[in-house]
Design a protein around this ligand. Structure first.
Ligand code: TUI
Length: 309
């Protein structure tokens, strides 16, 4: 399947791995890139030097293209923005904010810049600022989310910009990918399905929580604070949502979320930790290699798009 996204990124399949905090490190990124998709290293809240180290280690694991996601709410975002230039990274995606102030420096360095957007207005701004493509991320996604669904956001962004659109949120198999392509997307970004992969350096308890998740297990914390985060329901989210309804502020509830993603990803504490995952977790029933995931999604998608209805 050739699209402007495969051409732009020099990849075989238009499948991009999400730049997930604490999850998207060099082993996962290299595995997705080696499978013919685009692996991403997630800068998340890590200092620039930690990201530099992950980039160098990823180069040892793959000679295929890979990228870095710069999480713009991070206090280290300005450092990470410099590190990607110094390390000669060719592809950068951004999340959780507006990357406009880095755009000129990145473009001058020959970096392909792909901001993640959650609205048409932001997509248009990004095109004007020189973005090479955008990821239109629906509210089905795990982690920090916007309001619009993938089904409604993708076609509206496709109509609003000329650059290629990559769909994200709620996609974990070839059916979801085919649907996204029918909405006008030229590629997909996938997160949760890659967490439940053999190569993800994530505690088995976290992976198994995704495998066991049901359709209604998804919860959003922080809506009333203007910082909605989607994860799987557990003891922590129940407590958070209860206290949030009582009017507790984000600062008052920080004791529940400080370091909580690391707790879940690295220690496997899926009751007190934050188990970020998208709404599609309920459809994921097994842990598979990145190669199997990428190839099965692509082949199922191609078969569906060629079907004579
Ligand atoms: O960034 C994400 N997802 C994330 S970041 C993250 S790290 C984190 N950890 C704990 C609490 C909060 C965050 C976990 N998941 N997705 C991309 C994304 N970007 N979704 C929505 C947006 C977005 C939202 C508002 C992009 C831009 C924006 O406003 C634009 C502006 O003008 O500021």
């Amino acid at each position: 399947m050739k699209t402007r996204v495969t051409e732009l990124l020099g990849i075989e399949y238009p499948i991009i791995q999400g730049g997930m905090a604490w999850v998207a490190e060099q082993h996962l990124a290299a595995a997705v890139s080696n499978a013919g998709g685009l692996g991403l290293i997630g800068g998340a809240n890590a200092p620039g030097e930690v990201v530099r180290d992950m980039i160098r280690k990823c180069r040892e694991l793959t000679d295929k293209p890979f990228g870095v996601n710069v999480m713009l709410m991070s206090p280290y975002a300005p450092d990470v923005a410099k590190v990607v230039v110094e390390e000669g990274v060719k592809i950068v995606t951004t999340g959780a904010g507006d990357p406009a102030k880095y755009m000129n420096e990145w473009k001058a360095a020959g970096i392909k810049v792909i901001p993640v957007v959650a609205s048409v207005a932001h997509a248009k701004l990004m095109q004007k600022a020189g973005a090479d493509a955008v990821v239109a991320e629906g509210t089905e996604s795990g982690g920090h989310i916007g309001e619009a669904t993938t089904m409604t956001l993708v076609p509206q962004v496709v109509d609003a910009v000329d650059i290629p659109v990559i769909a994200a949120g709620g996609i974990a198999d070839g059916r979801g990918m085919a649907a996204a392509m029918m909405l006008g997307a030229e590629g997909v970004q996938i997160g949760t399905r890659f967490v439940a992969s053999t190569e993800a350096q994530v505690d088995e308890a976290y992976k198994n929580r995704i495998v066991k998740a049901k359709d209604i297990d998804s919860e959003v914390t922080g809506r009333s604070h203007g910082h909605p985060v989607r994860c799987l329901r557990n003891q922590m989210t129940r407590e958070y949502v209860r206290l949030e309804a009582e009017g507790k502020t984000m600062e008052e509830l920080e004791y529940l979320t400080l370091g909580s993603l690391r707790k879940a990803v690295q220690e496997g504490d899926i009751q007190n930790g934050t188990v970020m995952a998208g709404q599609i977790a309920g459809m994921i029933h097994d842990i598979r290699s990145c190669k199997e995931i990428v190839e099965s999604i692509n082949s199922q998608c191609e078969a569906l798009l060629h079907k004579n209805w």
